[in-house]
Design a protein around this ligand. Structure first.
Ligand SMILES: [Zn+2]
Length: 120
């Protein structure tokens, strides 16, 4: 399930543009990992200008549930009482990203600031 969350997060980053050069981060090197049960550390590096950024944010119950629904179709650990079968797992659809997107709303709002802080 955690891997799904990270995968969704990476997909979210790829939808954004590099603050450094404005190019899409679709090809950026992206690393996402859990710092603890409820916190994720995200890092990326633009392949065009080598801009590096990222940050840490809280994992919300909604995100866990969203990921659980996706992971449920994999037959892996699911937090749902009943297995949920999704028609497609790959690629992640926009709907799959809605919850994450909402969770990142505040984060993305200060995206540039977050990136600047990450260089500390
Ligand atoms: Zn760049």
């Amino acid at each position: 399930m955690e891997q799904v969350v990270l995968r969704v997060l990476r997909a979210e980053v790829r939808r954004r543009k590099c603050p450094g050069c404005g190019n899409s981060l679709r090809r950026a090197d992206i690393e996402a990992s859990f710092r603890n049960d409820s916190s994720i550390q995200l890092h990326f590096r633009c392949r065009f200008c080598s801009f590096e950024g990222g940050g840490e944010f809280e994992l919300t119950p909604e995100m866990c549930r969203e990921a659980a629904q996706i992971a449920g179709a994999d037959g892996e650990e699911s937090l749902l009482p009943e297995p949920v079968t999704l028609p497609e797992l790959d690629p992640i659809t926009a709907d799959d990203l809605i919850t994450v997107h909402e969770a990142l709303a505040g984060w993305s709002g200060g995206f540039s600031q977050l990136l600047e802080r990450s260089s500390v």
